[in-house]
Design a protein around this ligand. Sequence first.
Ligand SMILES: [Zn+2]
Length: 138
Amino acid sequence: MKLPHRIKYTDKVRQGEARLFTISINPAKRGDIGLYTHEYEHIKQWYLCLVVGLACAVGFYLFTHNDIASLLIAAVSVSLKGILYSYVKPFRKWAEVKAFRAQIKVTEGEYVDFFANALANDYKLGITYNQAVKLLYR
Ligand SMILES: [Zn+2]
């Protein structure tokens, strides 16, 4: 079962991207199951962060009965994945490795160089090509 999400085709993205519950795919990449799988993995990560954030909001409320602060935590949980992805390098590394591994699974090992190069160079992770290969194919 797929988690609810929407797909939009736009040339505003070079290949694909996932924000909140929306996957944006460049029309030239329509039908690229590997790219879709990569972006859908980010959708799953967004839901995970949302659930964790909402659980924290409920837990915070149960312990403090501070409704305003609890609502703020709940509101932030919608953007939690984006915040972590943008500012926490280990989270971004975890998210991309998971997404590329899912992509590799459906592309059956093709594009090894492309994925490793992308992971090493496009996400500001500070890792080499060889480190990327180890992360993706161990
Ligand atoms: Zn990604």
